[in-house]
Design a protein around this ligand. Structure first.
Ligand code: FEO
Length: 169
């Protein structure tokens, strides 16, 4: 059985993951509107991964005989800047999610909930990967962002991203 403190923080994390999906979907729609279909593809796939992150938390709470409590998801912003500014925003958002996951880990330690602590390790590793992927795109945009043909190639590269169902291992 999961204790209330851990249950609450995991339910809050579900909301953050689904908000992340909303944010990426809003960005995907924006990129599509301005003709950057590869950027649109990348952010749409990221949105699907965020839903997977939320669902893994959902399943874990149930697995621990806890209570899933879904809360209202904030409306994401809909006005965006350049691709570089958007990816810098993504990077800040992912750092925020990382700190939230770290707090879940540290609370699991405090509460001596080793199942939760073990579970959240998957998210810690996932955040390292997410921050790194976003950072690499930022580096490219910083180097080539003003060059339209380079932006075209980055867009083509991001268009090759494929969705793979994220499962807890
Ligand atoms: Fe699920 Fe991008 O953090």
């Amino acid at each position: 059985m999961i204790n209330e403190k851990i249950q609450n923080v995991l339910n809050a994390q579900i909301n953050k993951e689904f908000y992340s999906a909303y944010l990426y979907l809003a960005m995907s729609a924006h990129f599509d509107e301005i003709g950057l279909s590869g950027f649109s593809n990348w952010t749409k796939i990221q949105a699907r991964e965020e839903v997977d992150h939320g669902m893994i938390l959902f399943d874990f709470i149930i697995e621990r005989n806890g209570k899933v409590e879904l809360s209202q998801i904030d409306v994401p912003e809909t006005s965006f800047g350049s691709p570089l500014e958007i990816f810098e925003k993504i990077y800040e958002h992912e750092k925020y999610v990382t700190s939230s996951i770290n707090c879940v880990a540290s609370m699991s330690d405090e509460e001596c909930d080793l199942a939760a602590r073990n579970f959240i390790d998957w998210y810690i590793a996932e955040q390292v990967e997410e921050e790194r992927n976003v950072y690499k795109i930022i580096l490219k945009l910083k180097m080539f962002g003003d060059d339209k043909s380079a932006l075209f190639h980055i867009d083509k590269e991001l268009n090759s991203r494929e969705y793979n169902l994220h499962v807890y291992k």
